[in-house]
Design a protein around this ligand. Structure first.
Ligand code: B3K
Ligand code: ZN
Length: 874
């Protein structure tokens, strides 16, 4: 395995103008014919043609009509080189593959008897020899031939040009994509599927054909994906003036898929999890996921496909920007300020739960990485979610209109090109006359910056001085960091809880965006009539850790009054975190447990405040997760953290019993299920109330959960009730699990939930997980199923995974190794569950290290897993 560096980028020696692909599809023996016209790249100094190829058998190679012999080319490793080639070349390449043997789910593979492809990042090279790099963009024509009975539907990118019979029971379809694209956006599907379709009027008056393709039994679960697709098209027209550029747009669902979905041009391929929904099988969270992912993939058509990445180090160019776009889409779909804030809070939670830990661990990397061994390891929360934060900060700095101007300029300059993160930043800077040079450090420096704040009120001068300072911890390969350009949105609250009007220069209105660019800077607010409570980093204006010595009184003030809902929530999280870490520390040292009334009263106030959106109240009452608490501890003791959090949950359940019960009943959603944000918010608050009630020592909550489980008419309520029973270790839980299985055994996505609820149960230890793996419905080869049980245990049940005897780690090693032989991309994700091993108590560390070493010592290991474990051990 070899490290690849961003600075080693060189342009391709040849460009590809056109590609004609012919597929004779057969699970055991698929023949791929590739005819491509190539032209020497004037921008390259290298002679000769270089093609990537992996796991394919070369049958024949012709150059300009002449068959090439063994001496005319070299295949070393994964590269095919033809030296001394003329400027214009037509290559004809015939190769063979066996899709049914491909368990990696990258390239061409078979799922439930149907053919699918997944090419990003480098899967195309296992379909044919090709310069498989995103800066080679070509026009594709694709001929598919297959058995008509088994594969009645033949799809590829772009427009269907022709279809017909071939004799022998085979048929064909010819597809043409009018747009140049990199090979990673190629896709085909040959399958027995059915579709929901609709004609949809675009802004320019054209009618586009929209299709959602699924297996026959799932046709009752396509409405929401279709609706989300239409909403996405409309939204991109309105918010960014971007239209669908094809006459046809297809979404295809597949049950075996490595990640969420893939934005192949005109033919998006989706994990079933992000397509299929009806109230019986999908939860509110599933519905929201479908809307977000359908939007995300659709938005890629412009940010990713029309303008693509020069090389894979620029991945965040398309991913960070497209996540930002899908976040804005979801927020706009709710439409209210409070709904928007709830989506923002969810984003902050994801950052703290997953991205901050990544940024502080052995795999930390900049949003635009400098090197990698395996690119598939860099589809990370840093590239995606922190990348989206970086884009959001640009919008905060230039304003919403300025951001739109920057986007317009970006497309004006780069449509049809493969470009870099610097090009995006330059378009934003130039369109707005802003200097974003220092801002570049957000792309090049890893680690989560820490912003320290100190306030000083001068009662005589009526000024408030806020001194902000910044630092950033070292990360692998980067010891010293230069100051970032950080937008810090600040408001000042008076004793009455209202925002003060900020008087100074640019600091007008209730919220000022301070720009912290130095290591330390003091910002002065004048005309401040009383000592204020500062509300800083409003709307989470930068992905940083804010340190300020808040007193409980200040936090309570903000929790009750902050006009910025995100900071209002944040104040509650700070109050809770202080208690949770103190309790976890006390437990680790055998201390005694107590919880103050102040905290309970603050929770009560929010819980019963009917002027607040239920969805917001749910967020405000939800405690930081065990992972988030662990990140705040000096030495992580997972059992103590779990017990501390359980203790607080039980206290809330017992002390607020009356209020929780009345909110439970006040937020029922009778009538027909609807996944809209208001109804989902009510269910969310009601079900959080249920989970607290069930955590209390008396039986009432458990009885309520049982009743809800029995009477539920939608999956959100059914799962919430079942989780409450399981988490409370209720006697009724096993029977409920049994019934649940019987009712849904034919719904794969529901059975995933069935496994994951058990994986995360407080009593599920390694032995129990192993027993579940013996269940006839378990299958390690299916990524959703593997994630539902193995990943849910290793990542979602810390108190059991980190069992003192090291059994969790031994299990982890075993599963990483087993998965690696099947599917390295999935194995490598599981390998990441040990990232933070150095933070655990010494006895745990020892066993974690042993397990890591055991995996690392294997000779036969994928690059994917090797990179993760060796970085963890480094
Ligand atoms: N672009 C794909 C991710 C491909 C992952 C390859 N290992 C999905 C997305 O971000 O939309
Ligand atoms: Zn994406």
């Amino acid at each position: 395995s070899q490290t690849i560096y961003r600075n080693d980028y060189t342009p391709p020696s040849y460009l590809v103008e056109t590609v004609e692909l012919g597929f004779d599809l057969d699970p055991a023996r698929t023949i791929v014919a590739n005819r491509m016209t190539m032209r020497r790249n004037p921008g390259s100094k290298r002679a000769g043609i270089e093609l990537h190829g992996e796991n394919i058998e070369l049958v024949a190679l012709r150059m300009n009509g002449k068959l090439l012999g063994k001496r005319d080319y070299r295949i070393d490793g994964r590269l095919l080189r033809i030296p001394n080639t003329p400027d214009d070349v037509t290559l004809e390449i015939e190769t063979l593959t066996a899709p049914e043997k491909n368990t990696t789910l990258s390239g061409l593979y078979v799922s439930n008897g149907n053919f699918f492809t997944q090419c990003e990042a480098e899967g195309f090279r296992s379909i044919t020899f090709f310069p498989d790099r995103p800066d080679v963009m070509a026009k594709f024509t694709v001929m598919l031939r297959a058995d008509k009975e088994k594969y009645p539907v033949l799809l590829s990118n772009g427009n269907l040009v022709e279809e017909g019979e071939l004799g022998d029971g085979r048929h064909f379809a010819l597809w043409e994509d009018p747009f140049k694209k990199p090979s990673y956006l190629f896709a085909l599907v040959a399958a027995r599927l059915v579709c929901q379709e609709e004609r949809f009027r675009l802004k320019d008056g054209r009618d586009a054909l929209l299709q959602v393709w699924v297996e026959e039994g799932n046709l009752d679960k396509t409405d929401y994906a279709m609706q989300s697709l239409k909403n996405s098209i409309r939204w991109d027209e309105e918010r960014f003036g971007l239209e669908l550029d094809l006459d046809r747009f297809m979404i295809v669902a597949v049950g075996d898929f490595n990640m969420g979905a893939m934005e192949n041009k005109g033919l998006n391929i989706f994990n079933t999890k992000f397509v299929l929904a009806n109230p019986r099988v999908a939860t509110d969270v599933d519905y929201a996921g479908i809307e977000a992912v359908v939007g995300h993939e659709y938005f890629h058509n412009w940010t990713g496909n029309r303008v693509t990445c020069r090389d894979w180090f620029q991945l965040s160019l398309k991913e960070g920007l497209t996540v930002f776009r899908d976040q804005e889409f979801s927020a706009d779909m709710i439409g209210t300020d409070s709904g928007r804030a709830v989506t923002r809070i969810d984003q902050v939670r994801t950052l703290r739960q997953a991205q901050f830990p990544e940024d502080a661990g052995p795999m930390a990397h900049p949003v635009r990485p400098d090197s990698f061994v395996e690119i598939n390891n860099f589809y990370t929360v840093t590239v995606y979610e922190k990348g989206a934060e970086v884009v959001r900060m640009i919008q905060t700095l230039v304003g919403r209109e300025g951001f739109r101007k920057g986007m317009d300029l970006y497309f004006e300059r780069h449509d049809g090109q493969a470009v870099t993160c610097d090009d995006f930043r330059a378009a934003m800077a130039d369109a707005n006359g802003r200097d974003l040079n220092q801002f570049e450090r957000w792309y090049s420096q890893a680690g989560t910056p820490v912003v320290g704040a100190v306030g000083r009120y001068d009662a005589e001068a009526k000024t408030f001085d806020l001194t902000l300072s910044q630092s950033c911890p070292p990360t692998p390969g980067q010891t010293d960091k230069l100051p970032f350009h950080i937008p810090v949105a600040v408001g000042l609250l008076g004793a009455d809880g209202n925002d003060m009007q900020l008087g100074q220069g640019g600091l007008k209105g209730a919220t000022a965006v301070l720009e912290l660019t130095e290591q330390s800077q003091t910002f002065s607010f004048t005309g401040v009539l009383e000592a204020p409570t500062p509300s800083m980093l409003r709307d989470f204006s930068a992905p940083v850790v804010l340190e300020y010595a808040y007193t409980d009184d200040e936090l309570l003030h903000l929790f009750s009054h902050d006009s910025d809902p995100v900071n209002r929530w944040e104040a509650g999280q700070r109050l809770a975190m202080a208690r949770l870490s103190r309790l976890a520390g006390a437990l680790a040292n055998g201390g005694k447990l107590d919880l103050d009334d102040t905290f309970i009263d603050a929770m009560r106030k929010i819980l019963v405040d009917a002027t607040l959106d239920p969805a917001f109240r749910e967020q405000a009452l939800l405690l930081p997760s065990e992972t988030m608490i662990a990140e705040k501890m000096g030495v992580v003791n997972p059992q103590a953290i779990h017990a501390a959090r359980q203790f607080v949950r039980a206290c809330i359940g017992a002390c607020l019993r009356a209020e929780l019960t009345s909110q439970y009943h006040a937020n029922l959603t009778p009538g027909q299920y609807s996944p809209d944000a208001l109804s989902a918010g009510r269910r969310g608050l009601k079900n959080l109330a249920l989970s607290y009630l069930a955590a209390a020592p008396d039986a009432d909550g458990v009885n309520l959960a049982q009743a809800q489980f029995d009477g539920a008419d939608n999956m959100t309520d059914r799962v919430a009730a079942l989780v409450a029973l399981i988490q409370a270790r209720a006697d009724a839980a096993p029977a409920a699990l049994h019934d649940f299985y019987q009712d849904f055994k034919n719904e794969a996505l529901v059975i995933d939930k069935w496994f994951s609820m058990q994986a995360a149960a407080p009593d599920t230890d390694v032995k129990a997980v192993r027993a579940l793996m013996q269940h006839s419905a378990f299958n390690l080869k299916n990524p959703n199923r593997a994630r539902s049980l193995v990943f849910s245990f290793c990542g979602g049940n810390p108190a059991q995974f980190h069992a003192i005897d090291g059994s969790g780690y031994a299990f982890w090693a075993e599963q990483v190794i087993a998965l690696d032989a099947i599917n390295p991309q999935v194995a490598s994700r599981l390998a990441r569950s040990m990232d933070r091993w150095r933070r655990y108590a010494p006895a745990l560390q020892l066993n974690m290290k042993k397990a890591l070493q055991q995996v690392a010592s294997l000779k036969k290991l994928s690059n994917d897993v090797r990179e993760v474990v060796s970085k963890a051990l480094a």
